[in-house]
Ligand binder design. Structure first.
Ligand SMILES: [Mg+2]
Length: 88
């Protein structure tokens, strides 16, 4: 699945609810999921971490949808930005 396809699925499934909630409160949900991912990583529970990685990605996509950001384009711009290359 490519990034655009995933973003579209998230949009179709969650945009109405997330838009009604508003971006501020949706961002709080995203942060909660980042915390859950951090806890899963810290605990070493790989199965739980797998679920939390997906949660974080879905909430990230929904935030991008609320801000009308095309993540396919954003990721391409990131990967083509020489300032984003690893430092020595
Ligand atoms: Mg979670």
């Amino acid at each position: 699945m490519d990034i655009s396809a995933l973003q579209e699925i998230v949009k179709q499934r969650y945009f109405k609810t997330d838009n009604e909630r508003g971006i501020y409160h949706t961002a709080l949900w995203f942060h909660e999921e980042v915390g859950e991912l951090s806890s899963a990583i810290a605990s070493g529970d790989k199965e739980n971490a797998k679920e939390e990685f997906a949660d974080v990605l879905m909430w990230l996509m929904t935030l991008a949808n609320l801000m009308d950001v095309n993540m396919e384009e954003a990721v391409a711009a990131y990967l083509n930005n020489p300032r984003k290359l690893p430092t020595k």
